[in-house]
Ligand binder design. Structure first.
Ligand code: ZN
Length: 636
């Protein structure tokens, strides 16, 4: 008994990607074509491969193709209903009828491609990128009881190469070889043949199995048996570029075949095929891959030992979601940093969108909060980012508070402290000197990496605050030597007065300081790269400030970066901490430890409290330090 190698459907990622992108009419047929290979030598099935090109018109195709249709559903219910035994049988019968009509009308002799077709019913879960499909390639069980006898091709006294070249030239899937004249004839000539032994029927065959013909041969045999009812055998060449096979097919007397009755056909897949392409097709997953690849290129190309996980796992807290906060977050996301929290209590104003990379006109028009606007925009730019927004007021020295607001203040201070505790790095990108005070105190207390970023009209400063055990007494001085992280100064160490209410006694232009628009980008970019370098030190919490280019694999790790745009100049001072500092000093830390938010309240009501606690007041007369006074970022 002859067997025929069935088809297996291979729907590749590009096929489903097209299904996702194009809008198909659900439940109606879409035309498809599959290119058949007749050079497969592996596998036990004929391959019905479909890809993005399968949706293109079949008209101009010169390749060996088989055309078919797709019945697409977007619900599991629709698919299940179409895939019931009854409905599958209906579809099979409808397709078989078309082929049978081509056989009985002899139109297949003009166009033998009419003998093969396929139907796919599919459910595409477009949101989850899951796909299910069932394929039917109809083949007649007619004539019945076919037997086969393998012959070598040379028995037929023909040349495989010339058959292949004819097939390539014409792309005809079925043609004849006349044994009498040793010439190739079109399949149309089969009509004029009286003896099955005068011709060999050449069929381009996608079967990879030696000595077994593929599924497409079945319908050719049905057509031959119908065309010549007296024939009981025919000679076939299963044409394959990997070596053709000669087969003599024999059959018994066909059953009484009524012209009006379509023979039985088979061809459905036994089980549905399913595939999950989330990793390949989900745009968010694709972006994850691209972002990781981009960062990984640094590892592959430049620094094989770079610890990229230190970026992807880092939790960043940014005080201030203005120009600096937005630009800092934007640049950090390029390193693959994904966890951000913004603290800001103000709303986007019309002057913001042109300078801030995470807000737009609409945010200003709708007076959206700066923190929520920045978090939302960051997530829009890359959905895998976790960005949180906190509309909180950061208490400031010298900004007096009413008694009735104290309960609220206590809550906010506790929340701010919790946030500092929960994050690895704290950026101080607030718009005034005094607003940086509490975050400095908290970052010192919880030993977090803290980086202050501030800009003036055409100047900027980026400082990483000292961190670590504060037991050693250190002289407060600038140096060109390497200094341990624990001995570095903070944003306030060089101040000889405590931060107070800087908006009092200032003219409007002083309160709303303007800056050259690029300043914020440069300062934020420097802050981003400073933390990127710190994180590559073996223990980031021990990163010394050093002019040495080999401190980390990314180069030196400065303490401060001070830039002057009027000269496009940048300097990298290293300054040791000041024990009586109003921000990071030991006495301040102690006071906060003991009195918590009450200390904050007292400092708000009188900033001279800071000078007293820190011991700064005693020194004020004798200190003659030059304070490089930077204007602050303009957010109000
Ligand atoms: Zn300090």
């Amino acid at each position: 008994m002859a067997t025929f190698v069935p088809f297996i459907t291979r729907l590749d990622t590009a096929f489903w990607s097209t299904v996702n992108k194009k809008s198909f009419t659900i439940g109606s047929l879409t035309n498809l074509r599959s290119q058949l290979q007749h050079n497969d030598t592996v596998g036990s099935e004929c391959s019905l491969s479909l890809n993005h090109e399968s949706f293109n018109s079949i008209e101009n195709s010169k390749d060996l193709t088989i055309s078919g249709s797709l019945l697409l559903f977007n619900t599991a219910e629709g698919f299940k209903a179409a895939a019931t035994a009854e409905n599958k049988q209906k579809l099979l019968e409808a397709e078989a009828l078309k082929i049978w009509n081509a056989i009985t009308s002899h139109s297949w002799l003009q166009n033998p491609k009419l003998l093969s077709t396929f139907s796919i019913i599919s459910f595409a879960d477009l949101k989850k990128f899951k796909y299910y499909s069932l394929t039917c390639v109809p083949a007649f069980v007619y004539p019945k009881d076919i037997e086969q006898e393998i012959n070598t091709v040379s028995n037929y006294n023909l040349d495989d190469a010339s058959l292949l070249s004819y097939h390539k030239k014409t792309s005809s899937p079925v043609f004849l070889f006349s044994k009498k004249s040793s010439t190739i004839l079109e399949i149309f000539d089969l009509k004029n043949q009286s003896s099955p032994d005068d011709v060999v029927i050449v069929i381009a065959d996608p079967s990879p199995v030696p000595n077994t013909a593929g599924w497409v041969v079945r319908n050719v045999l049905a057509a031959v048996a119908h065309l010549h009812p007296s024939w009981r055998h025919c000679h076939v060449i299963s044409l394959r570029s990997s070596g053709s096979v000669g087969i003599k097919f024999k059959w018994a007397l066909p059953d009484e075949q009524n012209e009006l009755t379509v023979p039985k056909a088979v061809g459905w897949d036994k089980t549905p095929y399913s595939v999950n392409l989330r990793d390949e097709l989900d745009p968010v997953k694709l972006m994850d891959k691209s972002v990781n690849l981009n960062v990984s290129l640094i590892k592959w190309r430049l620094h094989p030992d770079i610890k990229l996980e230190r970026y992807s796992e880092l939790k960043v807290l940014i005080f201030g979601a203005g120009t600096l906060g937005c630009n800092i977050a934007r640049s950090l996301s390029g390193w693959g940093i994904k966890h951000f929290s913004f603290v800001d209590n103000s709303t986007v104003s019309y002057s913001n969108p042109v300078r801030q990379s995470l807000c737009e006109f609409e945010d200003a028009r709708l007076e959206r909060g700066k923190a929520e606007t920045a978090a939302a925009a960051l997530k829009r730019s890359y959905p895998s980012i976790q960005a949180n927004a906190y509309k909180l007021t950061v208490p400031m020295p010298g900004h007096t508070i009413d008694e009735k607001d104290e309960a609220e203040l206590e809550k906010d201070v506790k929340k701010i402290e919790t946030l500092v505790k929960e994050h690895d790095v704290v950026f101080l990108a607030l718009d005034s000197r005094e607003a940086r005070w509490l975050p400095t105190v908290l970052a010192t207390k919880h030993r977090k990496i803290a980086i202050s970023v501030a800009i003036g009209f055409d100047t900027y400063v980026v400082i990483r605050h000292g961190i670590g055990l504060r037991k050693d007494s250190v002289p407060h001085e600038s140096t060109s030597e390497a200094v341990p992280y624990s001995q570095l100064s903070c944003y306030f160490c060089s101040d000889v007065t405590a931060p107070g209410n800087s908006t009092v006694d200032r003219t409007l232009d002083q309160q709303c300081t303007v800056s050259r628009p690029g300043t914020s980008f440069i300062a934020s970019g420097n802050a981003c790269e400073l933390i990127a370098s710190v994180l590559q030190y073996p223990d980031p919490l021990q990163t010394p400030a050093s002019p040495d280019d080999n401190t980390t694999m990314l180069g030196s790790v400065p303490h401060q970066i001070r830039g002057f745009l009027s000269k496009f100049q940048q300097i990298l001072p290293i300054v040791k901490r000041f024990e009586r500092c109003v921000g990071c000093g030991d006495a301040i830390a102690q006071q906060y430890q003991q009195n918590g938010w009450k200390f904050v309240r007292d400092v708000m009501n009188s900033s001279s409290k800071l000078e007293k606690v820190s011991g700064l007041d005693e020194l004020q007369d004798s200190v003659n330090a030059i304070d490089i006074d930077f204007e602050e970022d303009d957010e109000e």
